[in-house]
Every structure is written in C-alpha cells, then in structure tokens.
Design a protein around this ligand. Sequence first.
Ligand SMILES: [Zn+2]
Length: 264
Amino acid sequence: MIRVQRGAEPSELATVRASELTRVRALGHPPSSEEVGTRYQTVGDELWRRQDFKCCYCESREQRKRNDVEHFRPKARAQRAPGSTATHGYWWLAWSWQNLYFACRNCNQAPHKLDKFPLAPGSVALTPEQHPPGQEQPLIIDPGTESGIEHIQFRPRSPATDAIWAPTPRGGSAKGLHTIRVCGLDRDDLLELYTAHVRQFVRPEMDRLELGTSSPGSVHDRWAELTRRVLAPSMPYVGLSFDALDHFVPEALRAQYGLVLTPP
Ligand SMILES: [Zn+2]
C-alpha cells in the first residue's frame, strides 16, 4: 500500500457536491445509503485512471467495472470500534474528492472494509458537517495522505526460497494492524498473488544485478534503474516490492555497494 497521488479535484464533482448537499440537507435527517445515491460515481473512471488502475488498499490492478468508488469515511453508517460507539455516517463527505478512492470489491466489501472505520481509543468522531481531522484518530491508513509503507511491512513467513509473503504491522503499528484486518490484506488469494509477484517479478529483477560477479559501478547503475522500474507508483504491489528488495539486498549489503533504497 503506497500513498496515492490523485491530483486536483475534477470540476464536475464540485457541481455535484453543491446540489447533492442541498438535497440531503433538506431531508431533515441523516441520509441512508439509498438517499445518498450514486452521483459521486461521476468521478469513478477518473479515480481509476489517476490511481493507475490500482486498488488503493491492496495495490492489485483491476478493471473499472464491478469495482468500487470507495468512501474512506463511510457515507451512511460507520463502525468505529474500538475508539467510539457512534454509528452515524459521514454523508457530508460523500462527494468530497479527499474522501473518494478507487478500490477493489474484495478489499471494500463484506467481510472486509464495508462501513468499518476504526478509531483509536480517546478519539471523538466528527460531528455532521465537521471536516477532518477534528479530534478523530483513525486506525486505518488514509492512502491519500500517508504511505502504507510506514505502517505495513511484508515479510516471508519462513526462510524457504518459496516462502509465502505476507503483510505485518511495521514496528507494531496499530494503524498497520487495523488496516490489514479491516481490508483483509492478508487474505489467502492475495498472499498467493504477493508471493507470485516476488517470485516472477522482483526476484528475476534482482538476479539481473549479478551481485558478486559484476563491478560495483555496474551494480550501482543497474540498482538505480531497477528501483526506478520496480517501485514506479504505476506498478502493482509497490509496498511489497520495497520490502522484498530490502530483504534480498539488506542494508549492510547495500552499504558495501553504496546502494540507496528510498521508500516511494
Ligand atoms: Zn483491493
């Protein structure tokens, strides 16, 4: 999971937001999911393209159709355990660019994220019409403002060469732990995709470095080109690739060759 750069809000969303807010405020009660409607979908295709066709949570490349425009803060109802028992949704953010992402159905729908929005104990949920951050401390990574790499670390589950790669909370990060749980980032089929990505993509790239047989200068040049390619934001599973590179060429070895590994 990496930070998503979506650029500026498309102007049509501001127009939709103005009319939709007027409409739901006139209802006189917090709108249900049906009452929120689906006009936020007007930016669905644009989100998908700007996110390089990738789910904001699992980084799988997906087709647009039958996948979701995700509300980071759920629009009609929210489960905020463990930090709050309030259940109202963030309907006033339903048409806000900062709250919208492209996400795959597997991460976004039941039994995964759906309307879950865990807050840290001591948090106070935003009240209607209040804008983030207020006194909220979400326990889920916001892909638009922070990088999942800071909170989630991928590791092989055993030292075997064909080990399963899986996400774990980096340094015990509570945000990492809750994001993995809420979005199901350790579901079995994703683990297979992660593992295949390391075996079929990262590992062959590593072999082309020819560590130990090439001159330090050529290793240095190949590493720079490799990291640019493997960690390009448009590639799938960039968070995983970063940790796989760190695993195969650990810091001590990088220091020998003067190689730099910078989180994207
Ligand atoms: Zn996903």
